[in-house]
Design a protein around this ligand. Sequence first.
Ligand code: ADP
Ligand code: MG
Length: 633
Amino acid sequence: MSTAPEHTAQRETLGFQTEVSKLLHLMIHSLYSNPEIFLRELVSNASDAADKLRFEALSDASLLADEPELGIWIEIDKDAGTLTLRDNGIGMSRDEVVRNLGTIARSGTAEFLQKLSGDQKKDSQLIGQFGVGFYSSFVVADRVSLVTRRAGLPADQAVRWESEGTGEFTVETVSDARRGTAITLHLRESAREFADSWRVRSIISKYAEHIELPVHLRKPSVKEGEVGEWEVVNQAKALWTRPRTELSDDDYQGFYKHIAHAMDDALGWSHNKVEGKLEYTSLLYVPGRAPFDLYQREGVRGLKLYVQRVFIMDDAEQFLPLYLRFIKGVVDSADLPLNVSRELLQSSDVIDSMKSALTKRALDMIAKLADDPDKYATFYAAFGQVLKEGIGEDHANQERVAKLLRFASTANDGTQSVSLAQYVERMKPGQDTIYFLTADNHAKASQSPHLEVFRKKGVEVLLLVDRIDEWMMSYLSSFDGRKFQHVGKGEIDLSTIEGGDADSDPVLSEEQSKQAESLVARLKKSLGERVKDVRVTTRLSESPTCLVLDAFDMGFQMRQLMEAAGQKLPESKPILEINPVHRLVERLAAESDEARFADLAEVLLDQAALAEGAQLEDPAAYVRRVQRLLQAL
Ligand code: ADP
Ligand code: MG
């Protein structure tokens, strides 16, 4: 009795999911400078198909039985302008064909497509972050047809899929005795170069030299009417199983592009064979570019997991902490069972020890990138923010991660390039604290009145302007034995630090101190609820006033983050600090008209907030006060 419902045998014409149509259009128009990518993607799919079959065959050996040698076969018909790539991997059922080659299942795809600008150059970079896949065939072909039969299904359940890549495809059930998938590309006039076997051969050696699967290429026939012989054109030995000494940079980069579906080179890699209590080989890469879903919760992450060379799964997330989710690579274990599941991975001592070793390897690999400052700058721009999550999340490696951080500072031009080690090296005699300031952006940070005394003393201050910085600093209390201090929080005491323009530190006479004290009392009374406290400061030299927070108060950025996350926070009031030797403050002290004193006091408070780049709660009241004061001039 036939189990197939009748309609499935018919030829059906179906529309691509909207996202696919958009992606197809985009690919065809933006990948013209890199059309060879299609071959890498097809080889990669064939290799995945072989991996999946080997995996399923672990529990059902009959799936492999009729054709146990797995491989890829590429045939070119120069005259017809076609290229056919066949694999004898897992294949697809009719349902799978419709799902896999008619839709995109990846989450975040719609958002990704919205980001596209229509500018082909920019978009082609974005598409590189997304990963192109099967649909890249249409970059070089105006018609693609595919015949596939799923392993385990009978010969009359093969499927033929065909499309011109313009919005529709057809599927029909056909007969084909061969297991796996054969894809035929009808090359565009402009892509006839791919009907040349030398060209194809050179692309294969770039991307498929080191996959486990042999790639056979049919040699062009010498005589007309004769069929050329098959020739294996790659090493067909998994790269990570080979000794480092035998491998060149090009080998590593080619393999990286294969596993990461990347367009550009990796920034670095680390290849290690571990023997002893645990046995595994790992090959980790630092990508040159962030993927589009780096900050998406469901984003794709993790390493490719093999057990004794058998592929087990993509995206095994358990081997690295979340803050290293951008690392790509392969891990091949000799200790895990072949039937290891995601659940099992979550609670295994083997995994825990591997994770901690791989984390250190990854951090070392990143540290090594710093030998080349340009490379490191590229790395840091792409992944620096993610790395910062590690300060809060990975206590055991906090110091290692801290070493990898880079900041702007008052001693540089605003690029994030100062390491904490450099800062410590440049500390002044007598300085035992690492000073930093957080702000929304570099302009605000570098203008902050809190920096005045540090400039005068010649003490460097780190300028932290990433959204995550304040959160991170709440976890980072010291580096290399030195404590951190926010220059806008708590009391600042630079008296032990030598050098700079120290002699000009204001030393108040007894008379001045008394005056300052009474001014402080008047201000407290006048400003009342608006401030937590008023005090005399040593922070300032040019500005009359500034706002500071108590040492353990939550900073402005953190408040914003937490409020955005829906948390209700108690109101926090600033401390107003005054510079008693500033002319405006002296004027304030001399003001006998109480109404004008109140106006001046409020204006100085608001200006201190403005100087920090904060928004005034009542800007209209501020303007009215300034106008009253100006009119009285
Ligand atoms: P990805 O490989 O990232 O999943 P692709 O666009 O390359 O995305 O392929 C989409 C899906 O089509 C694959 O996940 C796979 O299920 C299926 N597929 C593609 N090529 C083959 C093949 N040669 N054999 C079996 N399945 C395939
Ligand atoms: Mg693919």
